[in-house]
Design a protein around this ligand. Structure first.
Ligand SMILES: NC(=O)c1ccc[n+]([C@@H]2O[C@H](COP(=O)([O-])OP(=O)(O)OC[C@H]3O[C@@H](n4cnc5c(N)ncnc54)[C@H](OP(=O)(O)O)[C@@H]3O)[C@@H](O)[C@H]2O)c1
Length: 301
């Protein structure tokens, strides 16, 4: 029986018992959970004195020999295998699942893999796509998790009272994993663009000045406003920005500096001109929604 009543905590079954599983288990133990099981292939063959046996003892976990035992004796099953193993392990445990199980796939995976997992689970259990958004070894159960699917809010309501930081996003399985990947488009892309910018600035001997200058903008304006200003401003002014960015490209070439990000920027600006953004948006709208919707509509044509 699943509950968030502190007297009757859910029985936890960890499918995968590596870095994340061991750290979660340690925090669950400290939060008063007495019933934590874990299954992994190494764990299923563990002997006294093995490293994994010690790790299980240290984190208050009982290792089980089969996925069947894990399913039989757990209410909440959290998958913490590498992403590539998640479907295989699901197929292995599937016949042991019960409709009252909350089956939370927290492996890092594509949105498509989560959609597939949800289809495989079907009505056999209550499936949740969960994306872990930070380092578990540092943050433990306080690591932010986004969850999606019909049962995401049940997972949130069950475990947040024990210190987890789960938020429900989107409407269907795959949305949470997509959110993690889409966030990487921004974070990793921004990092790459910063490297390109700093390489050029350093070659020119003005890196500290460029850092100070650009920091003024980013320190003063809340990021929501930066998103709106950059997206909508680009829709309105894409035409004339192409010329300026071509000059940037020339400068980077002259210095022998990397230019991939800048070429991508020019390609994006050209797309926006081709889509007729300046004609559709002679002035900046109040939100970015109409601009992004117009881009999606234009790409469909
Ligand atoms: N650690 C983090 O900070 C962090 C942060 C964000 C997301 N994540 C995600 O969380 C998941 C777990 O991460 P981790 O760092 O704990 O990985 P890990 O240390 O590599 O542990 C993976 C665990 O899964 C088990 N496993 C692999 N294939 C299996 C299978 N077919 N059946 C049963 N168990 C299997 C492994 O044991 P055996 O090989 O012995 O079976 C091991 O216990 C990953 O998807 C990772 O991307 C982790």
């Amino acid at each position: 029986m699943l509950t968030n009543n502190t007297n009757t905590k859910p029985r936890i079954g960890l499918l995968g018992f590596g870095e994340a599983g061991a750290r979660f288990a340690k925090d669950f133990s400290q939060a008063g959970f007495k019933h934590i099981l874990a299954y992994s292939r190494t764990g299923s063959k563990a002997k006294p004195g093995d490293a994994i046996t010690q790790r299980a003892q240290d984190s208050g976990v009982k290792l089980v020999k089969t996925v069947g035992t894990l399913a039989k004796k757990s209410d909440l099953i959290i998958v913490l295998t590498p992403g590539k193993s998640a479907i295989a392990v699901l197929k292995k445990i599937h016949k042991h699942l019960r409709p009252e199980h909350l089956y939370v796939d927290a492996s890092t995976n594509s949105a498509a893999a989560m959609e597939k997992a949800a289809l495989i689970v079907g009505n056999a259990a209550r499936f949740v796509d969960a994306a872990i958004m930070g380092p578990v070894d540092l943050m433990g159960t306080k690591v932010p998790i986004v969850a999606s699917g019909d049962h995401a809010s049940a997972f949130r309501d069950l475990m947040n009272p024990y210190g987890m930081v789960i938020s429900a996003v989107g409407t269907k399985p795959g949305d949470a994993s997509a959110m993690k990947l889409i966030r990487s488009v921004l974070m990793k892309g921004l990092a790459a663009l910063l490297i390109e910018t700093m390489e050029a600035a350093r070659r020119r001997g003005i890196m500290d000045e460029v850092i100070a200058d650009s920091s003024v903008t980013f320190n003063q304006i809340p990021f929501e406003k930066i998103i709106k200003r950059y997206v909508n401003g680009t829709a309105v002014h894409c035409g004339r920005r192409i010329h300026e960015m071509q000059e940037c490209l020339e400068l980077l070439h002259d210095m022998g500096s990397s230019d991939r990000g800048t070429r991508t920027t020019i390609a994006m600006l050209r797309d926006l001109v081709k889509f007729g953004m300046p004609e559709q948006f002679p002035q900046e709208p109040d939100t970015i929604h109409p601009v992004i919707d117009a881009i999606i509509a234009a790409r469909k044509k």
